[in-house]
Write a protein that binds this ligand. Sequence first.
Ligand SMILES: [Zn+2]
Ligand SMILES: [Zn+2]
Length: 121
Amino acid sequence: MEFVDRIIKCMDCGGDFVFTAGEQLFFFDKQFKNDPKRCKPCKAKRAATAATRTGETGTNITLRTETRTNCSACGIETTVPFKPTQGRPVLCRFCFQQKKSPMTAAAEQMPEQMQQQQAQA
Ligand SMILES: [Zn+2]
Ligand SMILES: [Zn+2]
């Protein structure tokens, strides 16, 4: 079977492009029944668009995780890297530190109490 270069009109840009003998042989080999419908630049453009769409989806997922909410303690607007659960208090960084401090102090007192208990025993 002999193949000769053919001119095909691109369905995207309407320009003529060459369907080379080599490409026809490739198509024949793969048993593709349809001729190519787009020139190479248009095919590349479509591939790039598809890639961009995939990238956009990835960005959206990242944005969705940052949630704007108000601090339950001081009411200041803050962003949290998770979706706040209904009914659960959300604290801004400052209030979170404030709340954490007494607990840290209590934890520091713990060894002292343990030492006293050990002394009594
Ligand atoms: Zn084209
Ligand atoms: Zn706060």
